[in-house]
Write a protein that binds this ligand. Structure first.
Ligand code: PGA
Length: 244
């Protein structure tokens, strides 16, 4: 369905990629040129500066510190990402929430930090398998939105990514009916109905078209399949075809 919301194919390279992989990125940049959708790649911070010249891609980080600078060894701030060419940053990814103990309050502070640096925040929310099986998906998402999305979100400064934790890297996805219902529910929780909502979790060339055809799905946040141009290209084209 065509709307005037932003249409976004976003790759999340996670802790993958060295300079040898810039050739993949260059191929993806060529594919992105002239598509009419936004193609974003959230890179390891080490690759942001080398990728800076690939202007058909929107470059992003995968996390940022809540503070702009200071004695936080090993952390990277939103202004630093911006300095290296990032325009967006993922915050609250389930791997950060689970492996680094990030609470909704910490995630909200990171969203504010991203905004303060002029970055668009890609805010991730999603239920665990236990929560899904217990039928608690919608209340879990409502609580995450209430706790981790600060006041002031607009379509320009925030993108929501719905990623069921049990679907990430597993090859499993909810049914398209479930995704449609969940995205409609998320939209109803947002302060601005114009925010883009991406689906993430095992998006692949095989399932992208069916997922992107859903009315409240404005694109995808893609992990494994974004690492290679061969698998990300058909996903980019599927989004383009769904929203011409
Ligand atoms: P996946 O990861 O596409 O490999 O499931 C998605 C994500 O974690 O953003």
């Amino acid at each position: 369905m065509t709307t005037d919301r932003r249409k976004i194919a976003a790759g999340n390279w996670k802790m993958n990629g060295t300079q040898a992989d810039l050739a993949q990125l260059a191929t993806i940049a060529t594919v992105a040129r002239g598509t009419g959708i936004e193609v974003m790649i959230c890179l390891p911070a080490t690759l942001l500066h080398p990728a800076h010249g690939m202007t058909s891609l929107v470059l992003g980080g995968q996390d940022c510190a809540p503070q702009p600078k200071g004695a936080f060894t090993g952390d990277i701030s939103a202004p630093m990402l911006r300095d290296c060419g990032a325009q967006v940053v993922i915050v609250g990814h389930s791997e950060r929430r689970a492996l680094h103990g990030e609470t909704d309050a910490v995630v909200a502070a990171k969203v504010e930090a991203a905004w303060a640096a002029g970055l668009t925040a890609i805010l991730c929310i999603g239920e665990t398998e236990v929560q899904y099986r217990a039928g608690n998906t919608l209340p879990v998402l409502a609580a995450q939105i209430a706790g981790s999305l600060p006041e002031g979100a607009t379509a320009a400064n925030t993108i929501i990514a719905y990623e069921p934790v049990w679907a990430i890297g597993t090859g499993l996805t909810p049914s398209t009916d479930e995704i449609a219902q969940t995205h409609a529910f998320i939209r109803a929780q947002l302060p601005d109905a114009g925010l883009s909502i991406l689906y993430g979790g095992s998006v692949s060339p095989a399932n992208a078209a069916a997922i992107f055809a859903l009315a409240d799905v404005d694109g995808g946040l893609v992990g494994g399949a974004s690492l290679k141009a061969e698998t990300f290209t058909p996903i980019i084209h599927a989004l383009e075809a769904a929203h011409v």
